[in-house]
Every structure is written in structure tokens, then in C-alpha cells.
Design a protein around this ligand. Structure first.
Ligand SMILES: Cc1ncc(COP(=O)(O)O)c(C=O)c1O
Length: 390
């Protein structure tokens, strides 16, 4: 595993590099793609070997996804997260955004209020609104560059039409790993307002040293009768294009409702994605993830040091994820100006903060899940683009 190896993803129908010119106006040849949340790393060898084996075999017919895949998920959750999962609690979807859509479809009605703690991963709002539900943004408190949950304010905001809460744990884009007390607060809030709790824990493997992710059912077992857990190997192993997500539901009644909907819509996984998952959720995959976290820790330090050099610009200290949430409010520049400098001068494509909802307006999100030399290049370009501030 050589995370420094530069891999050119241009002209591979890759969203991050091949769409950045169309979306951000950042030229494909000299631009740095730091937006879409995948990494530029090759998947672990154990996954590549499995893919090669399947290609050599050459038959891609219908397959039985019931045994080895769910066993691998069970092993991973126990081994890496101390969470005991039974195989029959697990459903496979085409990804986690798909899983959120299925939860909306199964457990809510058009017009229902769907609560998120904003700013948060933008696809939640997209799916909620397109499903004809109302997005209820509960804005977090930005406490000196660290997001906190504000249940007292949010209690007052609830109207009674809310039926579901989508939690992002760990948090994208703020990088928080929620503590036991915070998760307890979330569970209590869900109970107080009678909300189904959908806990999107897709970033759970990407936690930096010194922090510990707590799966929601371990934080508060009493919330299990209203809990749907979402996890996936996609961020962890950079296999998002294989479209495989895990929905894990312990409560039998919720599970029965979800199963009926899955059958009604005939949602199922694909053989390559599920085989990649089973290969990745293994001791070899675990060793690779540990090495990747060490590497990302190095990237985080390099990037944060550069941002700290820019007067008025701050990055939230990442506890998890490879997504750095950078606040330009201290520069006094309007959003259009700091965005122009990043896109036109530094030639970096980074996500616009406003797309993550209320509270995101003065931010850009930079994906540092790339080779160190690219992170260093981005740092040099940002220093130059904001050099007049120094
Ligand atoms: C919190 C969160 N959920 C879901 C996804 C996407 O999941 P998928 O590709 O499985 O739909 C992302 C990707 O950035 C994410 O950050």
C-alpha cells in the first residue's frame, strides 16, 4: 500500500476529476479536484485480488448474497466497532443515499418534516425535498470552530409534523465524532419528539487517533425500537462506485416494514460490490484502513498548518473523515470573492459551504483524501491566492 503513488483519474468517467471543469470552471488539466467525497487511493490489494478473480472467472450471473457477505459485515462490526449484529438484520442497498431514500419511502409520508442537524451532507436535503418531504434544518452551534448540538433550541423549533431525524455520525462536514453524552442527547431528542432515528455512520471507520466512534445502538440501547443504522465500505475502502450500502435494523417491526418495501421495489445489491465488501471486511482490509488513517493524519497536519497560515481562515479540527471544513468568515471577504480565489487563482475545486445548508455559507469543504504531494500543492496554491492577507 503506497498512498503516495500518484494515480491519474482523469478520463475515467470519474465524477471528482472529470466533472470539475463543468461544475466549478476549474480547468481539468491544471486543476486540483478536492470536492466529491471519495479518495484518490487504489482499493486494498485484497479487494483488487477478489475483483481479478471474478473477472478471470468471467461469469456474472445471479448470485446468492445471503451468507458470506452478511457474515463479513457481522465480523467487521464486531471486530472494529464492538457491535454485535445478526445477519438477518442486514439489508443491502445500492448505497447510503439510496438507503436514506428507502427509509423516507418506508417510514414517512409526503409533507412530513425530516430533521437534520445542519450544516450537513448535502444529499440528505436533496433526497428529502425530491421525496416531497420538508427538510427541517436544526442549526448546530459553531463553538470556536467545533460544532455542538443545541437541543434546547431545537426542542422549541419542533412543530409536531416531524417524523424522522437523519443523524450524520461521525459528522460530514464538521468532522465531529459525537461523544456518548451527545449521542445520548440525540436519542433523547428522537424519543421526545417521536422521531424515527436514521443514523448514517458511513464515516465510522475513518476516525483519527484519540477519538472513538460509538455506534448508536451502543450509545443508547433503548433507542433501538426507532433506529435504522446505515454503514458502508465505500468511504473506508474507496469503492463508492461499486454502489453497496448496509442497512442494519435490529427492531423486528421496523425490519419487517423495511423488508416489505425492499421486496416491493426489488432493491438488491450487485455481485462485484458485495464481493468487494466481503474481501474488504477482513483482517487484510483492517490493516489497510489503519495504514490509510495514519496517512490521512499526515495530510490533515499538512493541510491544517497551511490553513493556519492564512489570516482569518480556519479549518475545523478533524476528529474523523478526510473532508476539511474551512471557514473564510474571518477574512471579511464575501463568499463570491474567497470562492473566486480558490477556483480561479488556486484552481482548486472544493464544495461550496452553502450546499450543506444553514450555517455553511462562509465555508468551503476540501477533500484531503489524496496523495500528500497534491495536498502540499493545494497548500502552496492557497497560500499564493491569499498572500495579500499576510
Ligand atoms: C454522510 C454521508 N452519507 C452518504 C454518503 C454517500 O453514500 P453513497 O455513495 O453510499 O450513496 C456520503 C458521501 O459523501 C456521506 O458523506
Amino acid at each position: 500500500m503506497n498512498f503516495d503513488e500518484l494515480i491519474d483519474r482523469r478520463n475515467t468517467d470519474c465524477a471528482k476529476w472529470d466533472k470539475m471543469e463543468a461544475i466549478y470552471g476549474v480547468p481539468a488539466d491544471e486543476g486540483l479536484a478536492m470536492w466529491v467525497a471519495d479518495t484518490d487511493f487504489r482499493a486494498p490489494q485484497v479487494v483488487l485480488d477478489k475483483m481479478h478473480e471474478m473477472i478471470a472467472h468471467g461469469v456474472f450471473g445471479y448470485f446468492d448474497n445471503s451468507v458470506s457477505f452478511n457474515g463479513a459485515i457481522q465480523w467487521w462490526m464486531q471486530e472494529r466497532h464492538g457491535w454485535s449484529v445478526e445477519p438477518d438484520w442486514i439489508f443491502t442497498t445500492t448505497g447510503i443515499v439510496n438507503a436514506v431514500g428507502l427509509c423516507l419511502d418506508t417510514f414517512t409520508q409526503p409533507g412530513d418534516g425530516i430533521v437534520v442537524f445542519s450544516p450537513v451532507y448535502h444529499a440528505f436535503g436533496k433526497v428529502v425535498r425530491n421525496a416531497g418531504r420538508e427538510l427541517i434544518e436544526c442549526e448546530m452551534v459553531n463553538d470556536n470552530g467545533r460544532y455542538l448540538l443545541d437541543f434546547d433550541a431545537w426542542d422549541a423549533q419542533m412543530t409536531g409534523k416531524e417524523t424522522m431525524l437523519i443523524l450524520c455520525s461521525p459528522h460530514n462536514p464538521g468532522g465531529r465524532v459525537w461523544t456518548q453524552a451527545e449521542l445520548q442527547g440525540v436519542a433523547d431528542f428522537a424519543k421526545r419528539h417521536d422521531l424515527l432515528l436514521v443514523s448514517d455512520e458511513i464515516h465510522h471507520d475513518l476516525v483519527y487517533p484519540g477519538f472513538k466512534h460509538i455506534p448508536m445502538p451502543l450509545a443508547d440501547p433503548s433507542v433501538i425500537d426507532r433506529l435504522v443504522m446505515l454503514t458502508a465500505p465505500s468511504k473506508t475502502f474507496n469503492i463508492a462506485g461499486l454502489h453497496t450500502g448496509n442497512v442494519i435494523i435490529q427492531d423486528p417491526k421496523l425490519r419487517a416494514r423495511f423488508r416489505d418495501r425492499m421486496l416491493a421495489l426489488s432493491v438488491a445489491g450487485n455481485s462485484m460490490g458485495q464481493a468487494a465488501l466481503a474481501a474488504a471486511y477482513s483482517p487484510e482490509g483492517a490493516a489497510w484502513v489503519d495504514a490509510q488513517m495514519q496517512y490521512l493524519e499526515g495530510n490533515r497536519k499538512v493541510f491544517d498548518a497551511a490553513i493556519a497560515d492564512l489570516p482569518g481562515v480556519t479549518s475545523m479540527p478533524l476528529e474523523s473523515t478526510f473532508l476539511s471544513w474551512v471557514d473564510f468568515s474571518g477574512t471579511g471577504m464575501p463568499t463570491a470573492e474567497f470562492t473566486r480565489r480558490v477556483e480561479k487563482e488556486a484552481k482548486i475545486a472544493a464544495n461550496h459551504g452553502a450546499s450543506f445548508g444553514q450555517g455553511g455559507e462562509s465555508f468551503l469543504r476540501f477533500n484531503i483524501g489524496t496523495q500528500r504531494s497534491r495536498v502540499e500543492e493545494a497548500c502552496d496554491r492557497l497560500r499564493a491566492a491569499f498572500s495579500d492577507l499576510q
